[in-house]
Design a protein. Structure first.
Length: 320
């Protein structure tokens, strides 16, 4: 009898030893998975405070474990995004796993962009006990997407908006002006004698002059206006909040004066002038195509007049 009981007990001890060895092995396996993971992993308590972070997350944020433990997850959100921490807590309380894109402050002040996936842990009463979050660093992907977006919408030489972006803004301005019955102006600009600069001083000087022209153009406008490069030595401007033709003429005059001033490029002093055509919504056209055509036509008339002494910006439809 005693022998039988002794045998059962030995068997149980062996089973327990086997179970605990297998538990230790399983824990070691999960621990290395978490520690070697290429994604950041953290555990948060019900108040969204870090209770665990894996080494990868510490590296992603450029912070130490000591710096993060006990700190709220949303204290790393950029200031413009603080409200979304509250929204996240509310969503988690409903028990739904979520996945979202989030920027987080790194120790050096830069921002990490990550896809955050979270799994809430609720108690029987539905209270949030904790959350496991995983973070995938997409900063590089985000930067290259922004770069592609920038290249698609900007002129690579001057950094101004390009023609497609200008047209997109023009369409939005039309919708707003139609709705609010306001005016705006489209300016078409073409440099005069620019070819001479290229031919006498070289293409690199020509390029530098175009860059300086873009800067002078920007400085002549309000931040709400949109200067753009159409291509070559042609530029376009969208002037918002214009009430009269005289106002648009005033801005065109300011641009002319800025571009008429001599340029010093790579030690060479050179001068160019600019011919400007203006079209006003709704006076000169009610759609993008008519407005740009009118501004272009007015610019050509200004250029022709510029060859005679009475030069200056031209507007709208030709007389007659
Ligand atoms: N440096 C440089 N030149 C360019 C660029 N794009 C176009 N051009 C040159 O710009 C010149 C534009 O020609 P035009 O508008 O006829 O030259 P212009 O002397 O200003 O002529 P008018 O407008 O009649 O006074 C051409 O010589 C083009 O080769 C560029 O990105 N860089």
């Amino acid at each position: 009898m005693l022998t039988a009981a002794f045998c059962v007990s030995r068997q149980r001890t062996r089973e327990l030893a086997r179970t605990s060895a297998s538990l230790r092995a399983s824990e070691a396996r999960y621990s290395s998975l978490v520690n070697l993971s290429h994604d950041g992993i953290a555990a948060l308590d019900g108040e969204m405070r870090f209770t665990f972070i894996n080494p990868r997350l510490a590296r992603m944020l450029g912070r130490t474990e000591k710096d993060l433990l006990g700190r709220r997850f949303d204290s790393l959100y950029p200031s413009h995004d603080l409200g979304s921490g509250q929204t996240l807590a509310e969503r988690l309380t409903r028990g739904h796993p979520t996945s979202f894109e989030q920027q987080l402050h790194k120790a050096d002040g830069s921002l990490l962009t990550a896809i955050v996936a979270d799994t809430p842990d609720l108690d029987a009463a539905g209270r949030l006990r904790g959350v496991i979050v995983t973070l995938t660093d997409i900063s590089e992907r985000k930067q290259s997407e922004q770069r592609v977006q920038y290249l698609a919408t900007h002129d690579s030489l001057t950094g101004l908006a390009n023609r497609p972006m200008f047209l997109e803004h023009l369409h939005s301005s039309l919708l707003i002006a139609r709705r609010h019955k306001t005016r705006f102006a489209v300016l078409f600009l073409d440099l005069d004698r620019f070819k001479e600069v290229n031919d006498t001083l070289g293409h690199a000087v020509g390029d530098a002059l175009l860059v300086e022209t873009a800067q002078r153009l920007r400085r002549s406008l309000r931040a709400s206006d949109l200067p753009a490069r159409q291509g070559g030595d042609e530029f376009m401007v969208l002037l918002h909040d214009i009430k009269t033709k005289a106002e648009a003429l005033g801005v065109a005059d300011k641009i002319s004066q800025a571009i008429d001033r001599p340029f010093t490029v790579e030690g060479h002093e050179c001068r160019v002038a600019v011919s400007i055509g203006i079209a006003l919504y709704p006076d000169d056209g009610g759609d993008a195509e008519t407005l740009t055509r009118q501004a272009d036509g007015a610019m050509y008339r200004a250029k022709t007049a510029g060859r005679s002494p009475s030069r200056g910006p031209h507007t709208g439809r030709p007389a007659g």
